[in-house]
Design a protein around this ligand. Structure first.
Ligand SMILES: *Cc1c(COP(=O)(O)O)cnc(C)c1O
Length: 372
């Protein structure tokens, strides 16, 4: 396409982010009543009721700018995680922290190592800054840490490890990750994206926060968008040594996290009972779905997150499309690098059962008695 207004060269090589279909769009298209949105890994249980009542009380003084330093949220998160306040950088979602890291550390021609396939925002942000992504294929859906180590060059600035990985849901083992972290040269920043960490139940998962003291090149990303259920408010953060945090502040928008998001995040953090409940409901749903996939003879990646990628043996777009017609919104694996898969967010017990029925139907496994 010939553009009337010439952009930066790099934009010609970037495709716009492909959004999942909106529920409104889908309802209209197929005349559906309710939609089960299992496509974006949001918390199907919503957020803590304490957040809702705080918002209803109308606490936001919306004529004021938000606190650019997120003072209260900073204090609470620092106490909760046992890290220093100066080690925290808050973003408009952790997506923004990924952007700040790229902005601050990637120059023309620099390299960032990441998995193939993983969260697409790493590549986009690195590329926008003139950097190159070095993508190391997953092995059985898991990060190939040996391969990533071999990919290090003089130009490597960042390494992204998404743990659990989106879209496969897999984690890397404690020993493997620890020896990888120890082996990476200390001038390379290692970004551990832990957006789904609260859902992990496997003991073979490395608790990375205590490592910040030993490895000054670690950056740990967390978010309020997933288990905390605040995706619509946009708040996430990174934990990193104070030097790196200070550099990110130079490139951050001053008032990047809005006032409602800051207040709601504090309330959400305080209700760990809600978080624990969501994690165990998710674990039960995960076992149920894995059991059902097993029964149906469908291969899947063992997940430690709130979603599962399952091999349908058919075109992912086709299956996702057929499920959508029946009110189940899932992500096709076609754009995620696994063309015969779908990625489904774990729903409520009722959602999961209904989803399996619909999946059986669209795969032609059990067509009797299904109200299509
Ligand atoms: C959802 C997600 C995020 C978080 O996004 P926010 O910008 O905090 O909403 C970060 N990383 C991964 C891998 C994700 O799946």
């Amino acid at each position: 396409m010939v553009l009337k207004f010439k952009t930066r060269e790099v934009l010609t090589k970037i495709d716009p982010y492909v959004l999942g279909k909106s529920t409104v769009e889908l309802q209209r298209e197929h005349g559906l009543g309710s939609i089960c949105k299992l496509s974006e890994n949001e918390n199907i249980h919503g957020c803590s009721p304490k957040v809702i009542s705080w918002l209803k009380e109308g606490n936001g003084e919306l004529f004021l700018y938000p606190d650019g330093a997120a003072t209260e949220l900073r204090k609470e998160v620092s106490e909760f995680l046992g890290v220093r306040q100066g080690e925290l950088v808050f973003g408009n979602g952790s997506d923004e922290v990924i952007r700040l890291l790229s902005r601050a550390y990637i120059s023309e021609g620099d390299e960032a190592i990441m998995a193939d396939v993983t969260f697409p925002r790493y590549h986009t942000n690195v590329f926008l800054e003139g950097g190159n992504s070095v993508r190391v294929p997953l092995v059985n859906g898991v990060h190939d840490l040996a391969g990533m180590k071999n990919a290090i060059t003089d130009r490597t600035k960042l390494i992204f490890i998404c743990n659990p990985n989106n879209p496969t849901g897999t984690i890397v083992g404690t020993e493997e990750l620890l020896s990888f972290i120890s082996a990476v040269p200390s001038h390379i920043l290692m970004v551990l994206d832990e957006a789904y960490v609260e859902y992990v139940s496997d003991r073979n998962h490395l608790d990375t926060l205590p490592l910040l003291k030993r490895f000054e090149n670690l950056v740990i990303l967390r978010t309020f968008s997933k288990i905390y259920g605040l995706a619509g408010l946009r708040v996430g953060f990174g934990v990193m040594n104070e030097e790196v945090a200070g550099q990110l502040l130079k490139v951050k928008d001053v008032f990047n996290v809005n006032a409602l998001a800051q207040g709601a995040a504090v309330k959400a953090l305080h209700d760990q009972g809600f978080i624990g409940k969501c994690a165990s409901l998710n674990e039960a749903g995960r076992s149920y779905l894995e059991g059902e996939f097993h029964r149906l003879g469908l291969a899947y990646f063992p997940s430690q997150a709130n979603f599962i990628m399952v091999d349908t043996g058919k075109d992912g777009n086709l299956i996702a499309g057929e499920l959508a017609k029946r009110g189940f919104l899932v992500r096709s694996g076609v754009l995620l690098g696994y063309p015969e898969t779908i990625r489904v967010t774990i729903g409520t017990e009722q959602d999961n059962r209904a989803f399996i029925k619909a999946l059986e139907y669209v795969l032609g496994r059990n067509t009797s008695g299904y109200q299509a």
